[in-house]
Ligand binder design. Sequence first.
Ligand SMILES: C[S@@+](CC[C@H](N)C(=O)[O-])C[C@H]1O[C@@H](n2cnc3c(N)ncnc32)[C@H](O)[C@@H]1O
Length: 305
Amino acid sequence: MTGMFGVYGAPPHELADVPAGATQLSPLVPGAQAIEDLAEGVLTGGAVVVAPPGTLERRYVLAHAVRAVAAGARLTVMAPKDKGGTRIARELEGFGGAVEEASRRHFRICTMRRPAQPAGLDAAISEGGPRLVEAIGLWSQPGVFSWDKIDAGSAMLAGELPRFAGVGADLGCGIGMLARRVLAASPDVVRLTLVDLDRRAVACARRNVDDARARFAWSDVRDLAFDAGGIDFVVMNPPFHDGGAEDQALGQSFIRRAAEILKPGGACWLVANRHLPYEAAMAPVFKSVRAVVQRDGYKIYEATR
Ligand SMILES: C[S@@+](CC[C@H](N)C(=O)[O-])C[C@H]1O[C@@H](n2cnc3c(N)ncnc32)[C@H](O)[C@@H]1O
């Protein structure tokens, strides 16, 4: 590999060459380098980016990629056609690049040499950056889960939570909305660990949850080391996306992880889309499962270990 090479996300092998030793830049890969922290022009080997689907988030990432790639080095950006892929070429041209575009499988793949004087980067970076979202009174950033509104399922769970005590975990904490509610309503909680796969969400949660009892972890819930059996309560709104098979498996992993870390008698409070088959995942690993409320397409459960 000649010079530092950046990769954002997981480009399919057949669509791009990513040299061994490339620096991962995605906020969804725990431990990865933050693209925002790269010095201008440091990626002398170039970069490959799998562009995210949301417009503000994508333009933010592309602007940072253009900034970080060295003048003259190659930047390759790809995305599925129906997830923003058709917009990449125009967006890169807006930053001053001469773009070549190809279509392979269901992806659009754009390549360009980084221009010496790119245009419009600051605006895209400021439009996609973290900010206090007035409507929800919380720090957030385009790209994190439900970034500019409170998710209906989470709001419902927040309204049903009991007063907790002891040591807790918020699995998939997002920007920390549930954790704030838990800590505000439960003076007997001594520690609450907030875990999320998304670095940006954890960074926002740190700002939103200003409480000495909170701990923060940028991690996959499946990998984070808790004291097994040391937790009194868990709250979670597991990732679901479109409810496809993969997402259900992830939700089921969240459920198993909650059961592993809870003390006997500890409780897991969970909200899920009503149609997701989570009862079947909870039954074998919890002593009892109670549907607390079912409304507006959501179901809230209390599962006791
Ligand atoms: C449905 S959202 C809930 C967010 C927040 N708790 C709320 O109620 O607004 C699920 C969260 O799980 C996170 N997530 C997805 N996969 C994860 C994983 N494997 N480990 C940890 N967090 C994950 C997502 O980034 C997202 O913030």
